[in-house]
Design a protein around this ligand. Structure first.
Ligand SMILES: [Zn+2]
Length: 201
């Protein structure tokens, strides 16, 4: 086997580490990369290196950021007394499109004991830490409306109710159907769901 063959295989494996890339797509990406003119390959690598050097995680909410605190948490115009809890970073842009003007807390997934994802594996304890200051008056649980998302919301609800009895806990169930994943809900529906949010019980 030539060195080049191993190099291509490693390239495929590297692309395959991206969660949405299938083995077939990884092979296609490796092939595309090899076929690029040298200057385009270099530009792509420079961009990746640049991105790698500036990706940080917001110390408040867990969103990706180029600073220690992300733009949303740092924005004084936003209502920091309301925290919208979402499963993934991608959910933030969907809730933003729905016109939400509070702040976020990104869990980085959902509780899934069968796949060994427990509360301590998610960005949950930092939410409770955040609530200790008393500045947050309402937590909106905007996890997905499927089994794992609801179980995650239920866990957070129970913990907040137990530790901080006076914080309002709501969820945007109004108008959203069972099984809905936040990322696929259109902005108008989500806006109505957020405006008509109900107490989580
Ligand atoms: Zn943040």
């Amino acid at each position: 086997m030539s060195n080049f063959y191993f190099c291509v295989e490693r390239l495929k494996e590297a692309f395959y580490t991206l969660p949405s890339v299938t083995p077939k797509f990884a092979a296609k990406l490796a092939s595309d990369f090899i076929k690029l003119p040298p200057e385009s390959r270099k530009k792509l690598l420079d961009e990746l290196r640049e991105a790698e050097g500036s990706i940080r995680v917001c110390s408040v909410c867990g969103n990706y950021s180029s600073e220690d605190v992300c733009d949303i948490c740092a924005d004084k115009e936003r209502d920091s007394s309301i925290v919208c809890v979402v499963e993934e970073v991608m959910d933030v842009s969907v809730v933003e499109d729905a016109g939400f003007n509070g702040t976020y807390h990104i869990l980085g997934g959902r509780i899934d004991p069968l796949n060994k994802i427990l509360p301590e594996n998610l960005n949950i304890e930092s939410l409770f830490k955040r609530l200790e200051s008393g500045a947050v008056k309402e937590v909106i649980l905007a996890t997905n409306l499927n089994r794992k998302g609801i179980a995650t919301a239920r866990y957070i609800y129970n913990e907040i109710a137990r530790r901080f009895g006076d914080i309002k806990i709501s969820h945007p169930a109004h108008g959203l159907s069972e099984g809905s994943e936040i990322i696929y809900v259109n902005a108008h529906t989500l806006k109505e769901a957020l405006e008509g949010r109900r107490s989580f019980e």
